[in-house]
Design a protein around this ligand. Structure first.
Ligand code: HEC
Length: 111
């Protein structure tokens, strides 16, 4: 009899599930300074404003959605106004940088 409540096979299986979960859902580490550049370069700023909170479109500064939802949003938007940004325009790493940038700024307009 094993002294552990989980069999070692179960533990290993659990470990792999854990890895798959984090590989799929978590943001790769993003660099906010690069993200700011991609945000301006891809003209996100033309709709959302140069600070994410001062444009005509919805305020996305200090974004609270998870990275997975954010990535889905830019890959395939459900609005006719916002264009979609495929991998060729905004790579996953660029998206992670933009995400890090948006998380680093505040939704309050301070000018
Ligand atoms: C042509 C205008 C336009 C451009 C360019 C644009 N967006 Fe948007 N975006 C919108 C509009 C309008 C909405 C609100 C409708 C919606 O939620 O789909 C939106 C919604 C979003 C949302 C969801 C916000 C929420 O709280 O649900 C995110 C995140 C977002 N945009 C990020 C970006 C990023 C990042 C870029 C650049 C890579 C970008 N957008 C470029 C117009 C734009």
């Amino acid at each position: 009899m094993s002294p552990l409540p989980l069999s070692s096979r179960g533990t290993i299986g659990f470990f792999f599930l854990f890895l798959i979960f984090f590989a799929g859902c978590s943001a790769p580490p993003g660099n906010p300074a690069d993200g700011k550049r991609w945000f301006l370069m891809n003209n996100c700023s033309s709709c959302h404003g140069p600070h994410g909170n001062d444009g005509r479109a919805v305020n996305i500064a200090g974004l609270e959605m998870g990275f997975g939802s954010f990535l889905r949003k830019i890959r395939k938007t459900d609005t006719q106004i916002m264009p979609s940004f495929p991998e060729t325009k905004v790579s996953k790493q660029d998206a992670a940088d933009i995400y890090a940038y948006l998380r680093s700024i505040t939704p309050e307009i301070t000018r």
